[in-house]
Write a protein that binds this ligand. Sequence first.
Ligand code: GLV
Length: 339
Amino acid sequence: MGKPTVFVTRRLPGGAIDLLHQHTDLRLWEEELPPPREALLRQAAACHGLLTLLTDRLDAELLASAPNLVVVSNMATGFDNIDLAAASERSVLVTRTPGILSETVADFTFALLLAAARRIPEADRYVRAGRWKTWGPSVLLGRDVYGATLGIVGMGGVGTEVAKRAHGFGMRIVYHSRSRRPALERRYGMTYLPLNELLRQSDFVTLHVPLSAETRRLIGRRELRLMKETAILVNTGRGPLVDRAALYEALKSGQIASAALDVTDPEPLSPDDPLLSLENLVIAPHIASASLATRAHMAMLAAENLLAALGGRIPKHAANREIAQAWRTARRRRLTSLA
Ligand code: GLV
């Protein structure tokens, strides 16, 4: 049997591409920007495996036009770019790269939280603009992080690592999550709260839930109104968790103090988006997991997930686990017939 055909939608850091070269008939999209829709459709129609990024939209139409497709390995912990139900319907296994990026993303979440609290980007602009004339008792006053209340929304891998850091910073931690985490509550002295109450009590609110139909616009006009006027919103989850227009209004009118965003809706944000005119916004281009080591690790895990699936093994990180077992038998049959 020949090697399976695989399409990778961008060049990747670390050794993942070399590994895939050894074991597959590899097609690599070498451009800086993601493959356009037609290119993705064409490759999906021809390949057994796809290694995708969160910038690639895999919807029902694309999955329907990919008769040989066995596995989609997404190099991300989130998989809201993939229609999971459509993939399951076609017995296509979807895998992801959870766990290994939680600490790196939590570090970055704290970097944003501190940057907004202590106004670091504003301070940088202030010095570069030649406005630093003297030490001043009231220059660029920020907010203390230690002793403040942090509201964590979503207590999965990243939320847990954020809690660990917040504990070290001497913060009071409240959280909201689909399920209670009693062991973590004891370890970090955390209190579980309904979302509305968390929003009312928190000095900082940070979002770590996956994007789904239920969590889209989780933070809208009503929720922003519940927050303190001194509160800071941090989002390293997904842009559509927050209603962008409502956030702009809340920041502009002083409804909340500031926001720190690594993710926006849409991405990229247009350079003339009104949000970017605000001093009380700290922003980054979706780079929370972007450390050298973590991105190389994510790429390698995505390659390993892909190869495992193509080799008839069920990868550890199946997003549609419920079909993984049934898929295994069907996949073997399909690849054998291609030999
Ligand atoms: C990044 O945003 C990821 O989901 O891994």
